[in-house]
Design a protein around this ligand. Structure first.
Ligand code: PEP
Ligand code: MG
Length: 580
């Protein structure tokens, strides 16, 4: 048994068999072959080994010619390893005696070698591990073909283990079969994490390297509450986690009774509790959990899911689906927020030196008016059918907001001319997720109908911490006093000006912060659907003076760590059941 600590990004427990997706995207299943297929499989292995050998020879000759003999020698070493008769005997034996498939045998045997080399504390032998990785990949490519198998094609329950998953790869995972996943890299605020939570798949990311320690089919536990990945768990651990799965189920059933109760504090103050969605299908998750509306619809997943630019009808149909399902409840549609870690081949910003500071989000929309106008037309058309509100992401300057509003006004005129119905009074809001927006908030509130604070980016841009980088994950902290001051400034400005303020970053979905946010005057929370019942439960258990006292105390504190400890203690006192 081996326990790995990563970052907990999507709660819940998953117990199942591993499906390893290596860096090149090969799926390495645990597969057995029928007794009468053994000879055929041995031939397949022999063919793959010959082809891999020929490929290495070809590379060696080419490199020798271009760079000289000493470089060619690297490939000779690969060739020697590949053609080592002991390797061949070991692989043949696994296929013949244990009936392993050649792919599974290759990954099993070579990963064991890799582990031995990695455990040796000598640099040059460590390097050998990489050589064996190369050989493994080469053999798998020859056995499986070059095609990266689509994760969306998984048809039996598995736990996906990968070096990395992009947000769109994650979006394509089928929650029916992918019962959990873990990745070696990734940070707490990454969109991969957000999508995992949306799909309600228990997930842990940023564990560091471990894929060489597992093979497809190994038993795995993902503890999405504590951020643990457990490889080869023993019986006692499995039993303990099975019990925990049961506890989760019971807790969810208890919380279900809150669905139709309003989110009001014990002293009768109403809290607007909305859900965040990435896909129209999530609307049912929101309604099932008792959300009052959609506070953030991340429309970029329309682009990421399709892998191409959607046309007006595609936009409109998606919005229509949401509007119809929400039956009159408010829906805040955010315009395209592509870039940084949400990339498409034709919008790929990763080549930019600093994609988070580059051409992304509203900047991309303003720089590509046909694309922006297409989306605005569809949102406006949907506004004729329900309580649709529009929101612009990553606003940093007044000019940017005014430009976006001008394009919107222009599109409204077009629709009017064409006699296409829309709501002329559709509320227009902005995300507050850049410190510059908070510094200028007294001006912004004059020009919008509502504010929505995106703490995920606000933390990233204020603390200069990449939200998707595990190396700095410990510095990414919603409880940092600087973040809390910004929140207070933005909430105060909204209250003073009489416009609604909502927090839609992940922070608002954590029960740790509910009392604090209520105490700071926040009355709008937009959270992942799975978090709705717990946030509602906290709201219903506390009163406003109690929360104000908590906020006042917190605003005198200097360290994120102390703030978190204090908030957890206060939550425990108010609602022992939910402290996390
Ligand atoms: C945020 O930044 O807090 C936010 C809600 O937007 P996203 O996570 O999509 O960047
Ligand atoms: Mg954001």
């Amino acid at each position: 048994m081996q326990k790995l600590q990563g970052i907990a990004v999507s709660p819940g427990i998953a117990i199942g068999e591993a499906l390893v997706v290596d860096q090149e995207g090969f799926r390495i299943p645990r597969r057995f072959v029928a007794r009468d297929a053994v000879d055929h499989e041995l031939e397949r292995l022999a063919g793959a080994m010959d082809a891999a050998g020929a490929e290495i020879e070809h590379n060696r000759d080419q490199v020798r010619e271009e760079l000289g003999d000493q470089y060619g020698a690297i490939f000779s070493a690969h060739l020697e390893m590949l053609r080592d008769p002991r390797l061949r005997i070991e692989l043949d034996t696994m296929i013949r005696e244990r009936h392993y498939s050649p792919e599974y045998a290759v990954s099993r045997v070579l990963r064991r070698y890799i582990k031995v080399f990695q455990s040796l504390d000598r640099g040059f032998l460590n390097e050998r591990a990489n050589d064996i990785f190369d050989i493994e990949k080469l053999l798998l490519r020859n056995l499986l073909g070059p095609r990266r198998e689509e994760l969306s094609e998984i048809v039996s329950p598995v736990i996906v283990l990968a070096h990395n998953l992009t947000p769109s790869e994650t979006a394509n995972l089928s929650p029916e079969f992918v019962v959990g996943f873990a990745t070696e890299v990734g940070g707490p605020g990454s969109h991969t994490a957000i999508v995992a939570e949306a799909l309600e798949i228990p997930a842990v990311i940023g564990t560091g390297l471990f894929l060489s320690d597992v093979s497809g089919g190994d038993p795995i536990i993902i503890d999405g509450d504590q951020g643990l990945v457990i490889l080869q768990p023993d019986e006692e651990t499995i039993a303990r986690y099975r019990h925990e799965v049961e506890e989760h189920r019971n807790r969810a059933a208890r919380l279900k009774s809150l669905r139709d109760l309003p989110a009001v504090t014990a002293d009768g103050v109403h809290v607007a509790l909305y859900g965040n969605i990435e896909f129209p299908s999530e609307v049912t998750h929101c309604l099932d959990r008792g959300a009052e509306g959609i506070g953030l619809y991340r429309t970029e997943f329309l682009y990421l899911g399709a892998g191409a630019e959607p046309d007006e009808e595609t936009h409109y149909n998606a919005y229509l689906q949401v509007v119809q399902a929400m039956a009159g409840h408010p829906i805040v549609i955010r315009t395209l927020d592509m870039g940084a870690d949400k990339v498409l081949p034709n919008f790929d910003s990763s080549g930019q030196r600093n994609p988070c500071l580059g051409l992304r989000s509203i900047r991309l929309s303003l720089g590509n008016l046909p694309l922006f106008r297409t989306q605005l037309r569809a949102i406006l058309r949907a506004s004729a059918l329900g309580d649709v509100r529009i929101m612009f992401p990553l606003i940093s300057t007044l000019l940017e907001l005014r430009q976006a509003k001008m394009v919107l006004a222009d599109v409204m005129e077009d629709l009017e001319e064409q006699q296409i119905p829309f709501n002329r009074d559709m509320p227009v809001g902005m995300m507050v997720e850049v410190p510059a927006a908070v510094l200028m908030i007294d001006r912004f509130v004059e020009e919008v109908d509502f504010l929505s604070i995106g703490t995920n980016d606000l933390i990233q841009y204020t603390l200069a911490v990449d939200r998707a980088n595990k190396e700095v994950a410990s510095l990414y902290n919603a409880a940092d006093p600087a973040i809390l001051r910004l929140l207070k400034t933005a909430i105060d400005a909204g209250l003073k000006h009489g416009i609604p303020v909502n927090v839609c970053g992940q922070m608002s979905g954590s029960t740790t912060y509910t009392m604090l946010l209520l105490g700071l005057g926040l009355r709008g929370f937009s959270v992942p659907p799975s978090a709705v019942p717990e946030i509602k439960k906290v709201c219903r258990s506390v009163n406003i003076p109690q929360c104000v006292a908590v906020a006042d105390r917190v605003m005198t504190m200097e360290h994120a760590r102390d703030i978190k400890v204090y908030l957890r203690d206060e939550l425990k006192k108010a609602q022992p059941d939910l402290a996390n």
